[in-house]
Ligand binder design. Structure first.
Ligand SMILES: [Zn+2]
Ligand SMILES: [Zn+2]
Length: 129
């Protein structure tokens, strides 16, 4: 499998699994879905980092030790489930002024932000009962 095919497969798998996987989780999914793709974990890491550096995807840091990756590059927040470790998108419309208000109150220049809410997702709540 050539380089651009590998990249395509990795990006496609990330898009179809919109729970913001880590490189390792994404590698697992690829292995399950395409057992003969011959993609190694190092290739997955390399491609994800390349795409994150070029802005094709987003790197979400500060969730856990491992970085998660996001194919959505528009403004949004995140919710991370403490049980299943999936990460869900939260529409930025929920709190549209948070960045503007912070700027106004503090005078800080805000270059980027990672807003993450932590808790238990719907599915895991159901499984608890
Ligand atoms: Zn969950
Ligand atoms: Zn996201």
């Amino acid at each position: 499998m050539n380089y651009s095919k590998q990249r395509e497969l990795i990006l496609d798998t990330l898009k179809r699994n919109a729970v913001h996987p880590t490189a390792e989780k994404l590698f697992e999914i690829i292995k399950n879905e395409q057992p003969d793709s011959n993609i190694g974990i190092a290739t997955v890491y390399r491609n994800l980092n390349k795409m994150a550096n070029s802005g094709t995807i987003k790197r979400i840091s500060g969730l856990e030790d491992a970085e998660h990756f996001d194919h959505n590059t528009y403004t949004h927040y995140h919710f991370m489930c403490e049980k299943c470790h999936r990460v869900f998108d939260i529409d930025a419309k929920i709190a549209p002024d948070i960045i503007e208000n912070t700027k106004n109150r503090t005078g800080f220049i805000i270059n980027s932000y990672d807003i993450v809410l932590h808790g238990i997702c719907n599915e895991c709540q159901t499984m608890q009962h």
